[in-house]
Design a protein around this ligand. Sequence first.
Ligand SMILES: Nc1ncnc2c1ncn2[C@@H]1O[C@H](COP(=O)(O)OP(=O)(O)OP(=O)(O)O)[C@@H](O)[C@H]1O
Ligand SMILES: [Mg+2]
Length: 348
Amino acid sequence: MRRGEILTLLGPSGCGKTTTLRTIIGLEHCDAGEVVYDGRVIDAPRRRAFVPTHKRQMGMVFQSYAIWPHMNVFENVAYPLRVRGVGGQRLQQAVRQSLEQVGLESIAERPATQLSGGQQQRVALARALVFEPRILLLDEPFSNLDAQLRGQMRAELKLLQRRLGVTVVLVTHDQVEALSVSDRIAVMRQGRLEQLGTPQQLYREPGTVSVRDFVGRTIVLNGVVDELGGDDVKVRLGGEDALWCRGGAPTSVGLGDRVQVAIRPEHVQVDELPSPPPSPSGRGGNFLRGRIETLLFVGDRYEATLALDIGQQVMAHLPAVDRWQEGQSVCLALRPEDIRVWEDANAG
Ligand SMILES: Nc1ncnc2c1ncn2[C@@H]1O[C@H](COP(=O)(O)OP(=O)(O)OP(=O)(O)O)[C@@H](O)[C@H]1O
Ligand SMILES: [Mg+2]
């Protein structure tokens, strides 16, 4: 981690995100390796070094919030200060400030059992912030909030984090959340770090198929390499239809190999099928034909399932105009520079 950044752990259920947070804060001991914080080894089994949680200056919001039911909101938030021996005016002020930061000042006296899921998450956040930790560990902190509140909390977290200068490790399942709040994202898979980079790096240059498919949406088509040489690769998709891709292919890929071509939905331009139909794909641009199978209106666009003439189905974005109908014939334009060729993991 870098000081003062928001680092997000992103990955499928069971990949080890919570375990990583618990190891950082000292609720798990590591079996091998070491945890170093600010130049100091805080957990290293080989050296028998271990700094306990309450001496690590880290706050954590647990996936299950862990709000104490027998205390009211104020006392829940005050707890970390009480165990650190803080009381009196200082405690009162710190708790009030923390509650204000998450918008709960008006319900400080409410019993914890009478809180909504979203309010419990806010209490947990206030409790993690109250002793001004230098690292804040957040395990799916907004998963229980409605979409609007979640968007608002994301922006607030970023503001709060910049203001306090605290380093944040955030765990989320939500790709949009990961892409929008993180300075860097660590994609995990089966207990391993698969790729670490900025949101833009991961989105534009995913290193592996699972990063590609986990960070943002991807349209994937299957084909066979028809021409190979330099940057331009021609991939035959079925019948006479082909795609030209710029940017080359992995070195392991040869002529006649089965490959995947991948493109982000926003790079596919969908139009009504003109007459006469466009000429087939060439180095200058790619065209595919298809039919709208289902249309979902999502406000700023339509999300459509398209049955392509090549016999494959894709999900694409259509502009939010009223001319679309299910069953309609359409034409897809794809720029060669937006398409990437991948080795087909299932081929062979
Ligand atoms: N105390 C434990 N002892 C043994 N195995 C554990 C323990 N806690 C978690 N695991 C296992 O370790 C793996 C990683 O669990 P972890 O809770 O870190 O996943 P996660 O990425 O947080 O998943 P989710 O997104 O579902 O919360 C899982 O297979 C889990 O069953
Ligand atoms: Mg978890």
